[in-house]
Write a protein that binds this ligand. Structure first.
Ligand code: DSN
Length: 394
């Protein structure tokens, strides 16, 4: 590379990534093939529009690429082309979620989503996000005692509030989600059911987590977490679902382009296509199951060493550790900083019923997806748990 300044930064970041234990559950290490596709000459091309309906010439191979990526997305999640439409153009997860609301929810209507502190995402209707300014969030929480979802309560709330759309989506919910029960909640109030499976997409692809597809109308996902692709997103929508005689897949496509975005990032789409093929292999299936085994091993070691694990455990790619423990432990921010100094990277996180601030909350969020890519197993998680304990108690 001629640009020495940038080359040096790439080298420094490579060294940093290699030297740390990465426990951020939403990060991963992509393959060389994904990086090659991501940085390919497809990035040079403008392709506004959709395959075979572009606003620029010179698109025979971008058309082929985008259609192949859509096809691979369906194959990876076992979906029929006749039932599911796929949009691979969202630049990332937040614009993907926004596009679904722009397409399907009247301005000012209600979106039911989990609060940030209980484990929802900004784009599930939080006030500080555009999604909470343009639409009105009906916030839901977990059961304060068990810290797991209470579907009966959700149904009661949904019937009273009548949201136009319900988001079953989470960034810090460690347990298995019952998507069938979410379907029942949505049906009870006539809402669209959108599942944001960003965190668990790789686990769903590998058969290590419940699939939302039998129950959802729309499924959004980022591609760079457990799915182990480049930073991007996908929107899946049921072809037979309509709002006032209009197919939701058409409304969502229009919301992405021309509604919210210009030209798709074709290099990203090439990288996503490579990652999707990798995620449909037997090796990836094994990886997905190992991620859950590793999460459980880390949670049980930390619990054994006296730390409170939110909800008592995990069924997924992540666990939440209550480091504050009502003042008996240490704040999440300090825990994150101490761990980083010792070469363990994680993020501070709010916990259900949070009593502190999001900037200095009561816990940390840990997840082994990236370290599992590096070949770590349960015995390694046990050792990492012991190291974490030592650092936090020093
Ligand atoms: N920032 C992502 C996460 O870490 O969960 C969600 O967008």
């Amino acid at each position: 590379m001629k640009d020495i300044q940038i080359q040096k930064l790439i080298e420094k970041e490579t060294k940093r990534q290699k030297s740390v234990i990465n426990l951020i559950p939403s990060e991963n290490y992509v393959s060389k093939d994904v990086l090659t596709a991501l940085g390919s000459i497809f990035d040079n091309k403008y392709a506004e529009g959709y395959p075979n309906k572009r606003y620029y010439g010179g698109n025979p191979f971008t058309d082929e690429l985008e259609l192949l990526c859509q096809d691979r997305a369906r194959k990876t999640f076992g979906l029929k082309e006749s039932e599911w439409h796929v949009n691979v153009q969202p630049h990332s997860g937040s614009p993907a979620n926004l596009a679904v609301y722009v397409g399907l929810v009247p301005l000012g209507a209600k979106i039911m989503g989990m609060t940030l502190t209980a484990g929802g995402h900004l784009t599930h209707g939080q006030k500080v996000s555009l999604t909470g300014k343009v639409w009105q969030q009906v916030p839901f929480e977990v059961d304060p005692k068990t810290e797991v979802l209470d579907y009966k309560m959700l149904k009661v709330q949904a019937v009273i509030e009548k949201p136009a759309l319900i988001v079953a989506g989470f960034t810090a919910y460690p347990r298995m989600v019952d998507f069938k029960k979410f379907r029942e909640v949505a049906d009870a109030c006539g809402a669209i059911l959108m599942v944001d499976m960003s965190h668990v997409a790789g686990l769903v692809a590998g058969g290590a987590y419940n699939s939302p597809f039998p129950y959802a109308d729309v499924v959004t996902t980022t591609t760079h977490k457990t799915l182990r692709g480049p930073r991007s997103a996908i929107i899946f929508s049921r072809r037979d679902k309509k709002i006032k005689d209009k197919e939701i897949s058409v409304l969502i496509d229009k919301a992405i382009f021309p509604g919210l975005q210009g030209g798709p990032h074709m290099g990203q789409i090439a990288g996503v296509a490579v990652a999707l093929k990798e995620a449909s292999t037997a090796a990836f299936k094994k990886y997905a199951h190992q991620v859950v085994k590793n999460s459980r091993a880390l949670a049980s070691e930390l619990e054994k060493l006296g730390w409170r694990i939110v909800s008592g455990g995990t069924d997924s790619n992540l666990l939440l550790v209550d480091t504050w423990m009502d003042g008996k432990g240490l704040p999440g921010k300090e825990a994150e900083e101490r761990l980083e100094k010792a070469g363990i990277i994680c993020n501070k996180n709010t916990i259900p019923g949070e009593t502190r601030s999001p900037f200095d909350p009561s816990g940390i969020r840990l997840g082994p997806a990236a370290e599992t890519t590096r070949g770590k197993k349960e015995k390694d998680m046990k050792k990492i748990g012991q190291r974490i304990n030592k650092i936090l108690r020093a």
